[in-house]
Write a protein that binds this ligand. Sequence first.
Ligand code: PGA
Length: 257
Amino acid sequence: MRKKIVAGNWKMNTNVDEGKKLSQEICEMIKKKPLKTIYGSPGVILFPPFVHIIEIAKIIKDVEGVFVGAQNCYSELSGAYTGEISAPMIKSAGATHVLIGHSERRKLFNESNKMLAAKTSFAIENGLNVVFCCGESLEERENEIHFEVIRRQLKEGLFWLDIESFSNVIIAYEPVWAIGTGKTATPDQAQQMHAFIRELIAEKYGKELADSFSILYGGSCNAKNAQQLFEQEDVDGGLIGGASLKAGDFFKIIQSF
Ligand code: PGA
């Protein structure tokens, strides 16, 4: 059975105390009403800013099915790269996952598919699981090239991994026009793209891996629309931005399967 996952991308929000409080609240709620066993492991991944990771790793330590990850990492192990953080550093802080290829990083920081491929490789080689984001812009969807765009992002960013490495990846489909806009993809649009992604995985890595591979939806997913999205056959959970900053809303989303 595919792992059901809800991940919270906090982006550049909360200071350390606020982040600790938020993760404590989420953990308290989960402890009172543990994740359904159907989730398997991992169930919940929190992606706070880098400087929170050490503290949050302590908070989630004894809560089953909850993990912490970084929002980015660099594609070198160490050295003269002022301001960057490497995968081993992230791991040593207590994180198990890293987010790679978020559209904000692609757009604002000019991260190319080639760069993302290198980051993914370093992260996996150094023991992190990767949540790899892909998604088309509004213009690309209106021009009906969205499937082609996703195919290219996955081919150039991910599909050169060997099968063993690829099994440490989770894909998040996040249409750029839906991120932070309040405009969610319809359940049908999400299902169509997720099924397409699963087909691409099957072509490259075989049906068995594709069938057990988790594909998350992201883009204005919230406590109200999560259930409809998660009901779709190929939607295995969500990558949540805005709605992950309120413990109550995030917990409702976790309970939406
Ligand atoms: P949003 O962000 O839920 O606020 O749209 C999702 C994301 O960027 O991961």
